[in-house]
Ligand binder design. Structure first.
Ligand code: UAG
Ligand code: ATP
Length: 487
């Protein structure tokens, strides 16, 4: 690509050395630099990309973009100094990859809980309608059925643009993004031309990063302002009327707002909800009339997620009747109130609840068909938001018996994590067991016929991170092992 052209839209820059006519690659990680790359130095949380500029030159970079003058070999590479390398990278990456999102139908979903569930539902519904779809989120990058790992829920600027290009080149028209507040604050989606943006809910999480709920709420709001101001094309914000941030997000965009609700009349709302232990039924009221909905997804929160997904695809132009039909066939999202099939006289669910709100909703979900006790196991991660821990246990107290344990303890001790959690319990029927395998065994050891058991916090994950090592771990396998011994 022509090098001057890459910088065309940026004004303030100082150039040292001679720019090459063209560059072949664009990189922000020195370890990936190939000959004739342009390398952007990004100051991160743990290291500073500026420290790797000379290494990038040695690997063949012919242009270095930095925020300050650097001691590099100007015979081999030109140095372009800009005021903010992340912004410069966003402009250059969008230009380098030729704005792929402009030619695609792009849907972004944000919120504290439900992003993976709603994006997955949207992705599956599109595919069952006969179109191709790519999905980027916590579970990785799903390119119409082929799964690639990714480091983040919302990937960095370059990875985001590359995913879009990959999807476009594979002739996939739809790109669905799970959008995290971290990703929004760090501008990882700068330049992505969203057509529909959807909000699930906002509740306590990630305050170690955002500081206050106010900041956290505004961080999520960046997605709605990212719809832009170009009113020459249709775009939509799909918002949860049951959440107190509804009005503020609606005010952040001039585009049409489509509302959904489980509690009141909205553009899309659910009435006459029936929670069964293997499926959920409700009547959907929509701008295209009333429909009887049946879904294999379980739990109160999944009704809200189904409404969000249907409303998002209605915004895209799909017919509600067809969406309701396709929904019946869609299996539960892996690790989200997913039932474990066993012949033992117990009901076991695997869930990913790791916020106070999600814990409350997960337990509430099984109360309509409770016959005996609800046994609930939940953990939390080490070295992350500690302020939510007591509230997590307070919400878990809704269960008859609770085991408090760890998710990924990282470098924090078991005792430190479970003692913080324990402070919030409102009854005495609980155990603190930091070692997750022992915790699962303990819970399964006291289970009786008719009990409902929920293992929360690890969801689809098949590992535990202790210090910085990933160890294999599966609540499901341990539970099934104990069942084979006991029942
Ligand atoms: C705190 C945080 O957000 N960190 C993200 C950040 O890493 P960082 O700031 O530490 O980057 P760094 O290692 O200091 O590197 C700085 C620069 O130097 C470059 N570098 C580095 C080393 C080298 O040898 N050469 C080199 O050029 C790097 O490529 C980078 O450009 O930038 C990386 C690349 O984009 C991210 O992968 C990384 O996410 C880490 C893994 C993370 O855990 N982030 C969490 C907080 C996060 O973002 N989570 C949300 C989901 C939240 C949720 O809803 O649950 C997410 O979207 O994933
Ligand atoms: N709409 C919702 N409201 C409240 N809780 C929900 C909702 N949807 C899902 N949950 C709970 O949150 C857990 C995680 O769901 P999901 O993975 O869809 O959310 P997420 O926003 O993608 O979270 P993460 O980014 O941490 O993966 C579920 O297992 C469930 O317990």
């Amino acid at each position: 690509m022509n090098t001057i052209d890459l910088f065309k839209l940026l004004k303030l820059k100082t150039i040292f050395g001679e720019l090459p006519q063209t560059v072949d690659y664009i990189e922000a990680d020195s370890r990936n630099v190939k000959p004739n790359s342009i390398f952007f130095c990004i100051k991160g949380h743990t290291t500073d990309g500026h420290d790797f500029a000379q290494r990038a030159v040695e690997s063949g970079a012919t242009v270095i973009v930095a925020e300050k003058n650097l001691d590099i070999d100007l015979e081999k590479a030109a140095l372009v100094v800009v005021s903010n390398t992340s912004r410069a990278l966003a402009f250059a990456a969008n230009r380098f990859y030729q704005y792929p999102s402009k030619e695609m139908n792009v849907i972004g979903v944000t919120g504290t809980n439900g992003k993976t569930s709603v994006t997955n539902l949207i992705h599956q519904l599109i595919k069952r309608g006969g179109e191709h779809s790519a999905l980027s989120g916590t579970i990785g990058f799903d390119l119409d059925g082929t799964l690639f790992e990714s480091a983040n829920t919302t990937s960095d600027i370059l990875t985001t643009q590359r995913m879009l290009v990959q999807a476009k080149e594979a002739q996939i028209q739809n790109m669905i993004f799970e959008v995290s507040s971290h990703g929004l604050v760090e501008g990882r989606l700068w330049g992505v031309d969203f057509d529909v943006v959807t909000f699930t809910n906002l509740s306590h999480d990630h305050l170690d990063f955002h500081g206050t709920m106010e900041n956290y709420g505004y961080a999520k709001g960046l997605l709605f302002s990212q719809l832009g101001q170009d009113l020459s094309k249709p775009k939509f914000a799909v918002l949860n009327l049951d959440d107190e941030w509804y009005s503020q997000y609606a005010a952040m965009t001039p585009f049409e707002v489509i509302s959904y609700s489980m509690e009141q009349k909205a553009d899309f709302w659910a009435a006459d909800i029936r929670y069964l232990d293997d499926r959920t039924l409700f009547r959907l009221e929509s701008p295209e009339g009333s429909f009887e909905v049946e879904t294999q997804l379980l739990g109160t929160f999944n009704v809200s997620n189904v409404l969000a997904a249907i409303a998002s695809l209605y915004a895209k132009g799909e017919s509600v009747a067809s969406l309701v039909e396709r929904l019946r066939e869609i299996p539960p999202v892996s690790g989200r109130m997913e039932r474990v099939h066993t012949s033992a006289p117990l009901s076991i669910y695997i869930d990913y609840a790791h916020t106070p709100d999600a814990i409350e909703k997960a337990i509430q979900s099984v109360l309509p068909f409770k016959k005996n006790r609800v046994l609930f196991l939940v953990g939390t991660g080490g070295n992350r938001d500690k302020s939510k821990r007591p509230t997590m246990a307070e919400k878990a107290s809704l269960a008859d018996y609770v085991v408090l344990t760890t998710d990924d303890p990282r470098y924090e001790s078991y005792d430190s994590i479970v003692n913080d959690l324990g402070k919030g319990m409102t009854h005495e029927n609980f155990a603190l067991i930091g070692d997750r395998e022992k915790a699962v065994r303990h819970l399964m050891g006291i289970a009786e016929p008719g009990d409902i058991i929920i293992f929360a916090g690890k969801g689809h994950e098949d590992y535990q991170i202790i210090e910085n090592v990933k160890y294999p771990h599966s609540d499901r396998e341990i539970a099934l092992e104990v069942i084979s011994e006991r029942f």
